[in-house]
Design a protein around this ligand. Structure first.
Ligand code: ADP
Length: 250
């Protein structure tokens, strides 16, 4: 689904991403691991359109998507969630989900005068979809809760829910497990697996928790010093000498 070719992203003289090449297969849950400073977040930022590359290409199903803006990638079904979830804290969970699709008829002032029936219909459909998503994520009981009151893990679930309000095809998850308790981590893991199996989502996730990675990811790509160091199953990379050395060296 995604092919990254000889990607570089330099900051001044520093090579945060230094010729990374990798492939994310359609239908996979690909893990991206590596010591701090390996360039994982910078790579995500370049793929997701938040940073232009210094050189190299990103292809999505063969199409060159290098340097496209996040909203253009959004329309292609490429979404990214953040290490810190970006919710609208004073709005309810349901409203947060209903905000996602955009481009609704009611957003135009004139349209709102002339098309009241259509707006009501669209809103009802969005509401239904938001409730289905909350149900899927097993957080229906939080639908009227202000997003700002959610725990860190619940915010991550809500963020995952936001990807379900549109036709996502590949989702980049940035440390979805960081600071989340085990129970909620299992719920998030279940949601990721179900989205993958039942809805055909491809995932690429930066993650540190090896147990979580072991449960979800195949393959796992290891980055170090801005490049891909190894790729394989969790067992394979755990036994890889170069990988062990990269981790111990930090
Ligand atoms: P990782 O996500 O693997 O921990 P990052 O991509 O966050 O790695 O960072 C890789 C390196 O690039 C780090 O040494 C970091 O300090 C540096 N870096 C990241 N962003 C910038 C920036 N905007 N300006 C300068 N250096 C940066």
């Amino acid at each position: 689904m995604i092919r990254v070719e000889s990607l570089h992203r330099h900051f001044g003289g520093f090579r945060a991403v230094d010729g990374a090449s990798l492939t994310i297969k359609t239908g996979s849950i690909t893990g991206l691991v590596g010591p701090n400073g390996a360039g994982k977040t910078t790579l995500f930022n370049v793929i997701a359109g938040a940073l232009p590359p210094t050189s190299g290409r990103v292809l999505m199903e063969g199409e060159d998507i290098t340097g496209l803006a996040p909203h253009q990638l959004f329309h292609k079904g490429l979404l990214r969630t953040f290490q810190i979830a970006h919710e609208f804290s004073s709005m309810s969970c349901r409203e947060n989900l209903m905000m996602v699709p955009g481009g609704q008829t009611g957003e135009g002032l004139w349209a709102s005068w002339f098309q009241r029936g259509r707006i009501a219909q669209e809103e009802a459909a969005l509401l239904k979809k938001a409730d289905e998503v909350l149900d899927f994520l097993t957080i229906s009981h939080l639908k009227d809760e202000k997003a700002g009151n959610l725990s860190g893990g619940q915010k991550k679930l809500l963020e995952l829910g936001r990807t379900m309000m549109v036709e996502a095809r590949i989702v980049f998850l940035d440390e979805v497990g960081a600071g989340v308790n085990r129970t909620l981590l299992n719920t998030i893991g279940d949601a990721i697996l179900r989205l993958n199996r039942e809805r055909g989502y491809t995932f690429c996730m930066i993650e540190h928790d090896m147990e979580f990675i072991g449960r979800l990811c195949d393959p796992v790509i290891v980055m170090a010093e801005g490049r891909v160091l190894a790729e394989g199953s969790v067992e394979e990379i755990k036994a890889n000498e170069a990988v062990i050395e990269a981790y111990l060296g930090t």
